[in-house]
Design a protein around this ligand. Structure first.
Ligand SMILES: [Zn+2]
Length: 136
């Protein structure tokens, strides 16, 4: 089945369910167990599920190393886990009130990127008005 974008053997998925249950992550374990039971292509996992998976894969068994690597990359390095402001370099794990905008190269030469701004910079540069009540 596919878990977090990588293929893992059903036997390993069973092991994974066991690891998750042992650690108390029953919700994530249940999703994978259901996918096994119903023979679906793979569970639909949220970033929270990915976090749980990562925790039980601190020392991954052979065959789950790739899954761990993908989880680490998507949770630690991808935008969304920890945002850093392109203006002032401040960093936020939860990023309430942050603004991300897609920046496209007008000439179409470079791939579009995503620029993230902390609330003060967004307000200053983008005249972005955060949700009512967040800032007084
Ligand atoms: Zn900033």
């Amino acid at each position: 089945m596919r878990v977090w974008g990588t293929h893992i053997a059903d036997e390993l998925a069973v092991d994974l369910v066991g690891l998750l249950r042992t650690a108390g992550f029953d919700s994530t374990a249940g999703k994978i167990a259901d996918a096994l039971t119903w023979g679906s292509a793979g569970p639909t996992l949220t970033p929270l599920d990915a976090e749980c998976l990562l925790r039980v894969l601190r020392t991954p068994p052979a065959g789950l190393v790739e899954l761990r690597a993908l989880l680490v990359m998507s949770l630690r390095d991808a935008p969304g886990a920890a945002l850093s402001c392109i203006e002032c370099d401040c960093v936020s794990e939860t990023a309430p009130g942050w603004v991300a905008i897609v920046v496209e190269d007008p000439d179409g030469v470079d791939a579009a990127g995503i620029a993230t701004y902390c609330p003060p910079c967004a307000a200053r540069l983008l005249e972005y008005a955060p949700r009512v009540g967040v800032y007084t």
